[in-house]
Design a protein around this ligand. Structure first.
Ligand code: G3P
Ligand code: CA
Length: 244
């Protein structure tokens, strides 16, 4: 069965990358989450997509220039005026502590292509091990050097390269870096690539799949997982499609 991974949590309806969005994704029927990790000035791993806090919070500036306690003052509920209550930018630790009590999988995307965030891989891995989550975590990144580094430190944790463009035989590339899957942009994941990859033992989890027709296509081809902003819709559509 094609798994549903909620992109930044249930981002279609709730403030992205917040505990609220993660908890609502679970309630909506997601099998797992996708989240983004950056690092503060004092070395705390935090769950936020952009290098800057401006788009998703009421603050401004670079994550790397905030100390954790100051970053926690910001409200990530920001653009969701219909919701009440402050939503803080979560520490990765807070999310993993909650995740440990669920059955969810979690794709941790290391956001270290623009900021190098020295030591990020070691910190993420130590935390994953601390909460005994190694079997439920997939580490991905557009920075493929970083995921190879992660694999060298922690071969027991799955890695998956993010691919924004089509690649020739991406399953061969994935195998060459010891990845067990890859995460292509949905436009870079035609049926033939998905089938050939899965036949070679490599999972394919396209992002960010929000259109009904794309979800249907990926379910029909028995894709390994979809990464979507709308886990409730993805769950409903999956229920209507017969999968092998
Ligand atoms: O992990 C898939 C997807 O999240 C990658 O793109 O920009 O949404 O982090 P982005
Ligand atoms: Ca992401």
């Amino acid at each position: 069965m094609t798994l549903i991974l909620a992109h930044r949590g249930y981002a279609a309806e709730y403030p992205e990358n917040t505990l609220l969005a993660f908890k609502e994704a679970e309630k909506a029927g997601a099998d797992g989450l996708e989240l983004d990790v950056q690092m503060t000035k004092d070395g705390e791993l935090v769950v936020i997509h952009d290098e800057k806090v401006d788009r998703t919070t009421d603050g401004s500036g670079m994550v790397k220039d905030f100390n954790f306690k100051d970053l926690r003052q910001l409200d990530a509920r920001f653009k969701f005026s219909s919701l009440t209550g402050k939503q803080q930018i979560p520490a990765l630790e807070e999310v993993l502590e909650w995740l440990a009590g669920t059955r969810l999988k979690c794709n941790i995307e290391l956001k270290n292509t623009i900021m190098p965030y020295e030591g990020m891989e070691e910190k993420v891995i130590n935390m994953v091990r601390k909460y005994d989550l190694t079997e439920r975590i997939i580490i991905s990144s557009f920075n493929h050097y970083s995921i190879v580094h992660s694999y060298m430190i922690a071969p027991e944790i799955e890695i998956a390269p993010l691919l924004s463009e089509g690649l020739y035989m991406p399953w061969v590339y994935a195998q060459s870096i010891r990845a067990t899957g890859f995460h292509p942009h949905w436009r870079a994941a035609p049926d033939e690539i998905i089938k050939a990859s899965i036949e070679s033992g490599i999972e394919v989890r396209p992002y960010t799949v929000n259109k009904d027709t794309e979800l249907e296509r990926l379910y029909r081809v028995n894709c390994s997982a979809v990464i979507t902003d709308d886990p409730a819709k993805a769950f409903r559509i999956r229920g209507n499609i017969k999968q092998a």
